[in-house]
Design a protein around this ligand. Structure first.
Ligand code: FE2
Length: 391
């Protein structure tokens, strides 16, 4: 009798284990967009467990999302669909310029990888396309004369500040949002990225409008900082890059740290002198490309403002980047870092372009229209917005 009881107990225990709804498999953060171009975008999100993930994309043409099978774009790496990650990044390609698309994200839980011919999957979860207000984005267009973008910097984990600053922003008119450094004070974990700024960004705009990440010096700190670029991938793998939007070229520059590499604050982990030298070599060549030279407006984005301090990082950037930028027809530079607003005009013989330094409590709305670059800075305390024409 005892044996039968044990057998039945085992049977019901096993049954209940298999029948339990897998409630813990879910989309945990995102989606957010990055690497927008005229023909593509990268979409990222996280799940609570490892999963195979994909995105289905449909043009925003009034058809039902489920009127036909939509193309699927998988989260792949070097030709293989990724199944062993909770961070999912799907590159969408071959889109039309200046075109709106709807999208839906899917993740299928990986339960057990017994061998390559026998992988057991669980439930598929989705942010489906039949939602009343489906997820969507619009690709950049090379024909656009007007480009509008926002800049946040020096948020230092104050996600509520981001929400406060965005109360006056009409995101319908925004092409992209630049994070110009020090969004976090240091990077200790994935969760911190979300609580510091990324969840706020998703709730405000990032599922529809791409993030452009320009690293600050503080984001080079912390044990998880090496993984920051996994959340904001670039086509080259480098953090610094050239981005073309309409007739505007953006030099997205990476500043490194502000003190000498040997400073005790870095515990022997800083190697930014040689990094900046490598970046300067890239900068010299990228300003010679037709993608840069043919742009009507040329903007540089760099967290630490040039010519504004005598700390080692700035001095080194002045030495390496400034001679190149001075010869490259830069229209204006956007910076942060100092936590104080400044508008530094060009200085004859030293710096050929103005540098707009945003404080740690303002958001910059930049409108480029008919060749004019206008910046409007709004503050969270409700003080009067500042408006500056940069060219
Ligand atoms: Fe900074």
């Amino acid at each position: 009798m005892k044996k039968i009881y044990i057998l039945f107990s085992f049977f019901f225990l096993t049954l209940s284990t298999f029948c339990q709804p897998n409630e813990s498999f879910k989309i945990t953060h995102g989606p957010w967009l990055t690497q927008m171009s005229e023909t593509g975008v990268t979409i990222l999100w996280t799940t609570s467990k490892n999963a195979v993930s994909w995105v289905e994309v449909a043009p925003d043409d009034g058809t039902n999302f489920y009127g036909e099978e939509r193309p699927r774009y998988f989260d792949t790496k070097n030709g293989r669909i990724r199944a062993t990650s909770t961070l999912h990044k799907v590159e969408i390609r071959n889109l039309k310029p200046g075109t709106s698309y709807r999208y839906a994200i899917f993740s299928k839980e990986l339960l057990n990888w017994e061998n390559d011919a026998r992988i057991l999957y669980g439930a598929t979860i989705a942010n489906p396309g039949y939602a009343r207000n489906p997820l969507s984005f619009k690709t950049f267009s090379g024909e656009d004369d007007s480009v509008n973008f926002l800049i946040f910097n020096d948020v230092h984990g104050r996600s509520q500040l981001m929400k406060d600053l965005c109360k006056v922003i009409d995101f319908k008119t925004i092409d992209m949002v630049v994070f110009n450094g020090d969004m976090a004070s240091s990077v200790y974990s994935e969760e911190q990225l979300f609580t510091d700024f990324l969840d706020a960004a998703v709730s405000l705009f990032a599922s529809r409008i791409p993030i452009v990440y320009v690293r600050g010096n503080h984001e080079t700190r912390g044990p998880y900082s090496d993984f920051l670029s996994d959340y904001f991938p670039t086509s080259t793998g480098n953090i610094y890059q050239l981005l073309n939007v309409g007739k505007v070229a953006f030099l997205l520059l990476d500043c490194g740290e502000d003190k000498p590499d040997s400073d005790i604050e870095y515990s022997g982990l800083a190697d930014f002198d040689s990094y900046r030298e490598k970046e300067a070599t890239w900068l010299k060549s990228v300003v010679q490309t037709k993608e840069y030279k043919n742009a009507d407006i040329k903007l540089a984005i760099l967290h630490m403002p040039l010519m504004s301090s005598d700390w080692h990082g700035t001095l080194h950037l002045n030495e390496l980047f400034l001679p190149v930028l001075n010869e490259a027809g830069v229209t204006a530079m956007f910076s942060g870092h100092t936590h104080q607003y400044a508008y530094n005009k060009p200085i004859a013989g030293k710096i050929n372009f103005p540098v707009l330094v945003n404080s740690n409590n303002g958001i910059v709305l930049c409108n480029i229209d008919n060749g004019k670059v206008k910046a409007t800075i709004t503050y969270s305390n409700g003080s009067k917005p500042q408006e500056i024409i940069l060219n």
